[in-house]
Ligand binder design. Sequence first.
Ligand code: NOJ
Ligand code: MG
Length: 603
Amino acid sequence: MVRVTHDSTPALTAPGTIVHRADEPDAPWWHDAVIYQIYPRSWADADGDGIGDLPGITARLPYLRDLGVDAVWLSPFYVSPMNDAGYDVADYRDIDPRFGTLDDADAMIATAHDLGLKVVVDLVPNHTSSEHAWFQAALAAAPGSPERDRYVFRDGRGPGGAEPPNNWSSVFGGRGWTRVTEADGSPGQWYLHIFDVTQPDLNWHNPEVRAEFESILRFWCDRGVDGFRVDVAHGLVKEDGLPDWHGPMGVFDEVDADTGPSGIGRDVEELEGHDGTMVLDHSATGNAPMWDQDGVHEIYRAWRDVLDSYGEPDRILCAEAWVKPATRLARYVRDDEMHQAFNFDFLDTHWNAAALARVIESSLRSNDAVGAPTTWVLSNHDVVRHATRLGLDQSAPRTNGIRATDPQPDAALGLRRARAATALMLGLPGGAYLYQGEELGLPEHTTMPDEVRQDPTFHRTDHAIAGRDGCRVPMPWVKDAPSLGFGPGDDPWLPQPEAYADLAVDQQAGVDGSTLELYKALLRTRHQQCLGRGALTWDALTSETVVAVRNSSPERDADVLVLANIGPDPVPLPDGEVLVASGPLSPGHLPADTTAWLRVATA
Ligand code: NOJ
Ligand code: MG
């Protein structure tokens, strides 16, 4: 077994030494923006069909202006058979009727802009839906045809080509290849699908594919969007020759140093009968022939040129790239490539002061080395919500979904830590991403009935892995309303857990101490104090159980001390005005699992 080591993690800089320098006061908007992720299916349903939609989103946008975020990112709303919740796109230039029309999209973008919110949309370039016209044409065409060359079709191995071209698994479980039947009825070639069988991978060596996506970027820029979140940005180019791979395919799961591959990776190995002895080396995702290949970068340079041609204010690209280590991820945000990349190392870090301090430092240093701001994120539509994740055993690897039969989280502890984690995150320099409902402290739905689960992961792993439905449950807006105010109907596409009623927006708005009011206070203070553009030094209070960050800036005459108590005991609070705290403070002390922001004299 290849042991996973963390030797490349830099040691912590001594307190008082600058880790990261302040940004310019007139830095572009995306350097310190807080971007709120809307999962369109689950945010607001205007027409009452139980599925969220664009008119629902437009009507609720003032809520986000009041929350205090700078931008929204919407998961896909394009025409799709919804086998992977819209990440299987059949037409990149039109809206799925369940979500509305292009006119609705225009209205949503215009309303957001009127409210001072920027709009980032999702781009899915690694694969199309199998219902996309290109794939249908490829199926109808012959092996070796230009239509097939837009995808990754290969002859099979073994007698009669009956074995797949290589041993790759799908990230969602099962085989990564499916065999087609040729026009004459004979068993034919195989096509690659790193995700679901209905998500054929595109061939990014084909110039037609490149031209098409540049055209799609222009289509949405011309409609006024401010940027793109790029799905599976580390997957577009595969290693030449498509060599076999004996490591896990896992994207959404952590590989644990001691226990080996978890979740998707391990279960795929078991399902496929591979020997399962090799662990993905965390020091470089690029060891895997389908991830983080050098060839992806020229694609993003070309896209950057397209976006830059629209002038100022910048339109941005944000990479969804599950890439390690941080220095490798930083290559996606070099100054002629993307603007941002999600910081999944931060999301993946356990509730442990030393680990958090290390990941904060390595993230900032790696991005500083290429002149890019860092982003921070704790939740999204692919991971267990952080209010639940942080209430689970912190020594175990991150799980992909939770079922009623699995160990259940400590909900109160999870929420307390989640509030502290968010307060730590929003005190750091750089940009940040929030996932819908985290501002309400929403937990994962951990007891969802199996019959309603939709994530292909659940089905492709023969129910061994719960998958991601539990974090995708419709938002609670009003406690005493059908579907908790999600829409006029009372049958949302996924059931809401009981706990959501008391967490509804109307139960928290204006209520002192609520999670919603905490988020508003954090966002307001972060903005007033320009924390996203600050410099970062470790404060001397940093310890085995405390993360103590000094955020300083030429834009203000005092430092903001961000103090997160990750340990089990209260710690003394230094002198200073408390600007915000993630929970109640005891006299002179910061309780366990609590973060406070203090205005303190410049060091
Ligand atoms: C990443 C997306 O966030 C996820 O939801 C999707 O299943 C995969 N990419 C495949 O598109
Ligand atoms: Mg609807």
